[in-house]
Write a protein that binds this ligand. Sequence first.
Ligand SMILES: [Zn+2]
Ligand SMILES: [Zn+2]
Length: 119
Amino acid sequence: MAPDDENHAEQWPLPPSWMWSCQECTELYKQMKGAIEASVAARSAAGPGVDYDPMDIVLTKQLRLARHIALTHAPDVPDVDPECARCVSDAATRPDADEFVLEHRARHLFMPPIVAGLM
Ligand SMILES: [Zn+2]
Ligand SMILES: [Zn+2]
């Protein structure tokens, strides 16, 4: 493993080119990234100890993008990631074409593996 790969699990992947040729993917992705930046800014402005979680907005945006990909781009959803516990347990307990399975795997396209596995 190269030193650059050490934080691979936490790095935001570059979405595949087919996402950029879909207007809805592009729009939803931009909204999600915008919500993340707004959330980081709000968090540092609010300071520690403030009970305010703008990550809810990010969650909503990424769910919409994952759902859109699962419904519209099902053939482009990646295969099971053997290093992702959620992928592995889904593969063992749910049918392959299950909407929830596809939604989860779609997240691997545009989210860091560590985040995709948690949500
Ligand atoms: Zn799309
Ligand atoms: Zn996974």
